[in-house]
Design a binder for this molecule. Sequence first.
Ligand code: PMP
Ligand code: GLN
Length: 381
Amino acid sequence: FTSKLPAVGTTIFTTMSQLAAQTGAINLSQGFPDFDGPEALREALARHVAAGHNQYAPMTGLPALREQIALKIERLYGRKVSADSEVTVTPGATQAIFCAIQALIHPGDEAIVFDPCYDSYDPSVTLAGGHCVHVPLAAGNFAIDWQRLEAALSPRTRLIILNTPHNPSGALIGRDELDRLAALIRDRDIHIVSDEVYEHLVFDGRQHASVLAHDELYARAFVVSSFGKTYHVTGWKTGYVVAPPALSAELRKVHQYVSFCGVTPLQYALADFMAACPEHLAELPAFYQAKRDLFCDLLAGSRFTFTRTPGTYFQLADYSAIRPDLDDVAMAQWLTREHGVAAIPVSVFSERPDPAQRLVRFCFAKREDTLRQAAEKLSAI
Ligand code: PMP
Ligand code: GLN
């Protein structure tokens, strides 16, 4: 038997969440809230299960949910998309990204990803027979390094995967950078997968620059989001892809054989909640910014150093002043075992990490008491 993914092992999320559970550490590693999604959303799910909405959903997603997604996109990004031909609901953003990659990549094609990057991109490209070219983001601010990007382009490049707000750094891609990217690929046969699962988690009054608001890029893009992040229900594993009709048609050919459709009652509940509570989206930045600020204020007296994250629910922290002798994988283990707080090492998201980097990622999508307890432990080190 020859493995199709010989370099892949257990993901860092499984590893660290298991270690946190085994050791009883506070789990700030894998990204998920330790509080529940809105009560009205959970009640809607119970109602729809009781009402018998328990058989297959349409392959492309429940029409009412696709309508709500289209309405949101028009409201936030000024684009009118067709709920019928441009919006596809999937069981999670990870699957949406996988399907978009399978639809695009032929054997021998290259896909560009920016390191550090979410761990599903590279194996998805490999399974399609393609090759992932890893372009490091700029050290320090995690911005696109244009020289490196241009050097990485080849006649085989078919895809560039964007992620803004960026996991793990929180960095945002600006509208001017989208313009620059559009100019760079204008005369090339390159598509875009834009992973915008943290689109609503943008802080300090900044705006999320969506590919959905960019005519030229959208014409060749798959834009992906996740209800898990937006409604505090990562376990619901429901996301969606928005793409022009011809691209959506190709994506659906894959999606219908990966899962066929998403989970029916979840889609009913999300559609109801989006219609009843559109203000949820506008409230999210302040909700998570308060958590970020609480966590950062509490860590201000610690020996970790950091710049407050501009987006996502992750905060990077430099531990050079604490254990410069440990690489970040060892540091994450040490923090979990010896100090009762689990974190994610940042190097695992890069093909060739800088061995001198001393960064771990903390998830602050947690209740206030969790953040206080964790910060107390981290400040005592
Ligand atoms: N992309 C990024 C950057 C993520 O952080 C996540 C969630 N961990 C996903 C995609 C996947 O989202 P989902 O849980 O909906 O599959
Ligand atoms: N996206 C989440 C994170 O970055 C985890 C997703 C997963 O467990 N695969 O922590």
